[in-house]
Write a protein of this length. Structure first.
Length: 273
């Protein structure tokens, strides 16, 4: 890792945004449905925008950041398929080492903002506060009335296959870093908010919905072949400007015991009519 100084501007990362979710159940990523809500086209998923923002963080902070760093991202304006976007980073602090992050489209519109940090130590977390739970049957309605704060969500399990990620997920994220490829590959950090989206979909009967923010604290790197278990609850549910939001508080474990990450994940589960 190169020596970083406060105020230092890091090299921007430019990428052509990719809407990889046009065929997903969430039709906000389709042109037709997105247009019904006033958008110019199907939205590039928040996970994709999160991935673009991680690129300068990983290049500056390295593998240590993937193992014990933290990330915050808010998605402010839509990004559309084929747009050229630029992820910019500036050193805002060196104690702890913190980068401010911004994602701009080619028109100069700020579409996402956040920060990545590398603290000396990670905050404590009690795994017992995130018990495993069977999924709801039937799925819960996508309303804040049905999704109150404190509600435990059914757990999500996935086996990590880094070879499949290399040709699938990492390619969809348009990330060419060698770190995510080959026999020594590590897990792409954008998988964590992607799993948070999945646990929401596994528990709630969603219509068109929008991922608006994620905060992630890494505790360890997940290993190839490990079974990942995502567990947690609704932390908040509220209405703002006619939209209904939920905030998830989640913990990700590897092989049921090692803590991988804590994720605070925000989504509009019911859009204003």
């Amino acid at each position: 890792m190169n020596q970083l100084t406060p105020g230092q501007e890091l090299p921007a990362y430019t990428v052509i945004a990719h809407n990889y979710a046009t065929g997903s159940e969430n039709r906000i990523h389709s042109d037709e449905v997105a247009a019904q809500y006033g958008f110019a086209g199907g939205l590039v998923p928040g996970v994709g925008n999160y991935a673009y923002l991680t690129r300068p963080a990983v290049e500056a902070l390295g593998r240590d950041w993937l193992a014990r760093g933290a990330m915050k991202a808010k998605f402010l304006k839509p990004v559309y398929d084929g747009e050229r976007v630029s992820a910019r980073a500036r050193v805002s602090s060196t104690d702890p080492l913190t980068l401010s992050l911004e994602l701009y489209n080619s028109a100069g519109t700020l579409c996402a903002a956040g920060e990545a940090s590398l603290p000396e130590s990670v905050p404590p977390l009690d795994p017992a506060a995130y018990p495993a739970c069977a999924p709801s049957e039937p799925l819960l309605p996508a309303t804040i009335t049905a999704l109150p704060a404190g509600l435990t969500l059914g757990s999500l399990e996935r086996q990590l296959n880094l070879a499949e990620m290399e040709t699938g997920f990492v390619t969809e994220m348009r990330d060419a870093l060698p770190l995510y490829r080959g026999p020594e590959a590590v897990c792409h950090p954008a998988l964590l908010p992607a799993l948070a989206n999945e646990i929401l979909m596994k528990n709630v009967a969603l219509g068109p919905w929008i991922h608006t923010a994620s905060e992630v604290q890494h505790y360890s790197l997940p290993g190839d072949g490990e079974t990942l278990s995502l567990q947690g609850r609704i932390a908040e549910s509220y209405e703002r400007r006619g939209h209904e939001f939920v905030v998830l508080d989640l913990a990700l474990f590897a092989d049921a015991q090692r803590l991988v990450a804590r994720i605070r994940h925000t989504a509009i589960v019911r859009l204003r009519a």
